[in-house]
Unconditional design. Structure first.
Length: 97
């Protein structure tokens, strides 16, 4: 009976030696594999899979209302200087009295 126990210990000895030598490397490989799997699962979840191929959007592409168009025209481009900020009248810094 003791012979069986010694045989099983002899079988596990190389595995213990391997785990002692490469435990840090195996840990990092395991962590990278888990993070890669998590990224792939999140990517699969966020991927645009439309389950209904007959769905049509209620938003008309290319159409814009006049209010939004006027707000867009009021914006300045990056080449134009930005307007000076308007400071409020009266007390500016409530902490400094």
């Amino acid at each position: 009976m003791e012979k069986k126990i010694s045989n099983s210990v002899d079988i596990l000895k190389p595995l213990r030696k391997l785990s002692k030598r490469f435990h840090l490397t195996l840990f990092f490989v395991f962590i990278v594999a888990c993070l890669s799997g998590a990224v792939l699962l999140i990517n699969n979840t966020l991927k645009d899979n439309s389950s209904d191929p007959d769905y049509t959007s209620s938003i008309n592409a290319g159409s814009i209302d006049q209010e939004t168009l006027s707000r867009l025209n009021a914006l300045h481009t990056s080449t134009q200087p930005s307007p000076a900020p308007a400071l409020p009248a009266g007390r500016i810094n409530p902490i400094n009295e």
